[in-house]
Design a protein around this ligand. Sequence first.
Ligand SMILES: Nc1ncnc2c1ncn2[C@@H]1O[C@H](COP(=O)(O)OP(=O)(O)O)[C@@H](O)[C@H]1O
Ligand SMILES: [Mg+2]
Length: 297
Amino acid sequence: MAQSLASPAAEDAVREDLPALLADANARIAELALANARLREELRSSEALCREAERASRSKDDFIATVSHELRAPLNTISLWSRMLAQGGLCREDVLQGAKILERSALTQQQLIDDLLDLARIARGQLRLELEDTPITGAVEDAIAQAMPGARERQVELAADLGGGVEPVRADPNRIQQVACNLLANAVKFTPPGGRVDVRLHRVGDRMQLEVHDTGIGIDPDFLPFVFDRFRQGTVGAARRHGGLGLGLAIAKQLVELHCGTILAESPGPGRGASFRVCLPLGRPPGEGRSLTSDCA
Ligand SMILES: Nc1ncnc2c1ncn2[C@@H]1O[C@H](COP(=O)(O)OP(=O)(O)O)[C@@H](O)[C@H]1O
Ligand SMILES: [Mg+2]
């Protein structure tokens, strides 16, 4: 039988201290449990960060592959046609056609590079507006003129009603033209032959509204919430068939928001067309040379 060697006085003292010791031990256990839970949470979030970094790295790889593909296609055309033109022996008609194809391929490449440069400026918060008081009718007309040859070639009717756009907007006309060009390029690209694209500019309350409506392939409701995300394109097959980097709408959204405006996409669903609506404030100067990081409040 075990016998205590401590004196009764010492035993009493231990017995007295016992509740405090137990409370202390319980507090330490609770602390350790909390630290453990915190560590587990940190582990979980670092695993999530790791997965996110892997996903970002994969999407960067995909993006590099897409950029290379998109740049190589017009480059191949340029190489082919410049070789054919250099060899000589082509009739005048073929030479003219070759020159047109060369110009179009170079423009396609220029557009891709401009979009990539804008993307880099947006990422660094260095995109700036050159604001002036201007009716944006001219900018939209220029965008329509730019889209017209493509629409004709695809046998897509392109109609415009810009009569309501006479009031000046505090805007950067080049950037508004870029927004309109991106919306029109998409509308033409995603509308099959025989379809129609309508552009309308009119005042709604204290805002100028630009609408681009098409009768094209429409947008899946599942994809609609992501349509303005960079690098996002609709169903893979269709997007790859139509080409592009998935940047046009992301850039358009940034540009519109820099003007303190809003941009919305609507579609009743696949095969039923799409509408994009840009609203820009009238007479509310957002401030000269604002950078991307400033807000519009
Ligand atoms: N008018 C439209 N009709 C149908 N789908 C559209 C339209 N505009 C944009 N989209 C969808 O949104 C995606 C992103 O558009 P965008 O950012 O301009 O990239 P890209 O034109 O390079 O694919 C497109 O790939 C397409 O799936
Ligand atoms: Mg596009």
